[in-house]
Design a binder for this molecule. Sequence first.
Ligand SMILES: Cc1cc2nc3c(=O)[nH]c(=O)nc-3n(C[C@H](O)[C@H](O)[C@H](O)COP(=O)(O)OP(=O)(O)OC[C@H]3O[C@@H](n4cnc5c(N)ncnc54)[C@H](O)[C@@H]3O)c2cc1C
Length: 462
Amino acid sequence: MQKSNAFVDVLKNIRELVGAEFYSDSLEDRLCYSYDATIEEALPDAIVSPGATEDIARIMKWANEAKMPVIPRGAGTGLSGGSVPVKGGLVMILTRLNRILEINEADFYMVVEPGVITNTINEVMAKKGFMYPPDPASMKTSTIGGNVAENAGGLRGLKYGVTKNYVMALEVVTPTGEIIKTGTHTVKTATGYNLTQLFVGSEGTLGVITKITLKFIPAPEHKESMMAIFKDMNQAAQTVADIIKSGVVPATLEFLDHITINAVEDFERIGLPRDADALLLIETDGMKEAAIREIASVEEICKKNDAFKTQKAKTEKEREIVWAARRVAFSALARVRPTTILEDATVPRSRIPDMVRGVNQIARKYNIMIGNFGHAGDGNLHPTILTDERDKEEFARVEKAIEEIFDLALKLDGTLSGEHGIGYSKAKFLENEVGKDGLAVMKRVKDALDPNGILNPGKMSL
Ligand SMILES: Cc1cc2nc3c(=O)[nH]c(=O)nc-3n(C[C@H](O)[C@H](O)[C@H](O)COP(=O)(O)OP(=O)(O)OC[C@H]3O[C@@H](n4cnc5c(N)ncnc54)[C@H](O)[C@@H]3O)c2cc1C
């Protein structure tokens, strides 16, 4: 593909600024950065990997003058096409900015660069007896910058919340090249607009995040984990609703359906019950006595809903095996058919049984395979469509099914995305949720910060 002439000079300047080692416009490299974890793909004109905020600011100024698209990118694990350069331009990889700059144990915050891998933060904090709770299943690969840009959730979201609940302050390079600071290192602030939360979840469309201040908390004293196995998916869905209603707030309450259980078992062979229709993975944590009492209440609720087996993890190794099963669910499902489309439409928690039943009906109606798993405790399931995009007739049925899944979630008072964002894949559905006027306000915010529309264009209908 021919590089746009208007960009040639700018790209030459950028190459000189960062050095040849950190710039490429070879076809091989452009191909490598034309994907994320969805089925979307588009070639960029070039790739840059800057090593300093000031360089990013220079690049943004040049790009803005030349009206050249810039697409921020972390690890490329996104599930909505967010880092795919759908309008060409420059992919800006943020993984060179990968230092933990400060850990302040007196005030319970840390300052990190966006390229730090999420799991590194988890491990560093765990060694010190603290916890950074957001734990996306992709955390061994995803970057904290990508997590902030997507407002990533994780397995502990039910009790501890998601990324936005832990971001205190940011350093951001605007699309026009200014370096701004948002937020504070204080527990409270009521100073000006909450720009920090404007950038959280902005999917790389409003600014390049170059520094992040994250809150952390003391690690819980004790954890109890259990698995509950059900012959009927409806029983499992009802159990989730009953646990929430009971007032117990598990740290984690995850759901795997029959298709997912078998895909995981084919992949890892860890001894999950292949004949189960659904299983719940549940963890309580906190003070030892409280965690034990809570898991006992949860077990009782599972039994009342006719779980045919409940099994508590007796050792840390058993516990890790159970959670490993959940973390590989997506990768295991992805092996079943050539194309995997993972959705994350989310509903109020009491509507989980309706959502599970509705998704199964949609799968039957369109005669397609949908594995279902996810963060049942916070209403965030991941209906995962297993298909083959080369089969045009089947894929047309898949597209109709996806539309119906979104319609169902909205009808149940839910949302299009609980944690993966809108990106490119769901852009055309955004107006269904936020309305014409809501979308117009989002566009005005975008125009105010990015008058030339150069930062991650084509995403979120902006
Ligand atoms: C197997 C698997 C499991 C997953 N599990 C979960 C899960 O449990 N929970 C969850 O929430 N997500 C999950 N995801 C999705 C994905 O990992 C998250 O969205 C993650 O936050 C993306 O991080 P990344 O570094 O890969 O970002 P990328 O995919 O590179 O980028 C994502 C978006 O962020 C923007 N961006 C990246 N860095 C910056 C920056 N520094 N400044 C501004 N914008 C930026 C990009 O432009 C893009 O729009 C999963 C993905 C996979 C493949």
